[in-house]
Design a protein around this ligand. Structure first.
Ligand SMILES: C[S@@+](CC[C@H](N)C(=O)[O-])C[C@H]1O[C@@H](n2cnc3c(N)ncnc32)[C@H](O)[C@@H]1O
Length: 321
């Protein structure tokens, strides 16, 4: 069983206290009914991680906890072997006591693309919807956010987050195993991030309403998603697969995405970055055993996916309520 008591105590004293009306019952039910078949084994792996002295933590230029010299060779090997049990590691990279978890994605590239465009996170309550293993949660805390909550329903990513949390141990950074549809209208966060999630949603407009409902008055949305070139009327709805992914529904143009945000009531909408995903940002490493971007593109024309659609291009939108 995972105990969320520390989290509940923390939010009881905060502007998130009304979440306690629904969250404990939800998470208790989740632990009773929805645990992954390998959950118990994963928990054992987590519990086997050695308790170490972490001499340094850097969250502002990378996600790094501890130095190699803090631990002996046996502990290093043990940490490496245990963390490899949580493969595939998709989002990162992480540096734990000199161990470089070279994840499939260089999530730091995305952070670098957006960090100078967002309102400073210092002292803010921040929510990251679909946060994966939580790489960006740590970078948000590195920008001095007061309290950072991530939600993601994929339980392996929760384990990866808990493994990193084992070493960093910061109770102002939390990941809850929830989907966006599990959130009540909290209206409490200063910044809501939703990166790489919209195209997985079958109802993107409803999704935007769900994001808006989490923001405090005057709050900021940072939304990143796959887009296509085109005018305000251009939206790609791919066939069964896009870049081998089965669960991709709507890829709007930037203008169409801005129109959706406006329709839902966001203001001050701007596109701060567009970027074609490069082969050095998403690639196969020793920390994943599956395919990666190179395998999802047309081998004769990297401007197209293997299905013949435009290759992945992403945009970052910022808006306020
Ligand atoms: C492409 S990843 C993006 C991860 C991270 N935000 C980033 O930008 O690197 C999409 C994430 O959305 C999560 N996800 C899937 N369904 C979700 C839902 N209903 N609510 C919230 N997150 C969801 C997945 O588990 C996955 O971690």
């Amino acid at each position: 069983m995972i105990s969320y008591n520390r989290f509940y105590q923390k939010i009881a004293q905060s502007r998130l206290s009304h979440w306690l009306n629904t969250l404990p019952a939800q998470l208790t039910l989740w632990q009773k009914e929805n645990l992954h078949g390998e959950f118990a084994q994963w928990q054992k792996t987590l519990e086997a991680l050695p308790k170490t002295t972490v001499s340094t933590i850097d969250l502002s230029s990378q996600v790094k906890a501890g130095e190699r010299d803090d631990i002996n060779d046996g502990e290093f090997k043990r940490i490496e072997n245990l963390l490899k049990k949580f493969k595939p590691w998709r989002k990162g990279p992480y540096h734990i006591h000199g161990l470089h978890i070279d994840t499939e994605w260089r999530s730091d590239f995305k952070w670098d693309r957006l960090k100078n465009h967002i309102s400073p996170l210092q002292d803010r309550y921040v929510l990251d919807i679909g946060c994966g293993s939580g790489y960006h949660l740590w970078r948000m805390r590195g920008e001095q956010a007061k309290f950072v909550v991530g939600i993601d329903p994929t339980q392996l990513f929760l384990m990866q987050f808990n493994a990193i949390q084992h070493f960093i141990n910061d109770d102002c950074v939390n990941l809850l195993p929830l989907g966006v549809e599990d959130l009540p209208e909290l209206k409490a966060f200063d910044t809501v991030f939703a990166m790489g999630v919209l195209y997985h949603r079958r109802s993107p407009i409803d999704f935007l309403y769900q994001l808006k409902a989490q923001l405090a008055k005057g709050g900021e949305l940072v939304l990143e998603t796959l887009i296509v070139d085109g005018d305000i009327n251009t939206v790609l709805v791919p066939g069964e697969r896009y870049a081998k992914m089965r669960n991709v529904w709507f890829l709007p143009s930037c203008d169409a995405m801005c129109a959706w945000l406006e329709r839902v009531g966001f203001k001050n909408i701007r596109v701060v970055n567009t970027d074609i995903t490069a082969l050095d940002e998403q690639r196969k490493t020793q920390w994943i055993d599956t395919e990666s971007l190179q395998d999802f593109l047309d081998p004769n024309d990297n401007t197209k996916t293997i299905e013949g659609y435009p290759a992945p291009k992403r945009a970052i939108f910022i808006a306020n309520i």
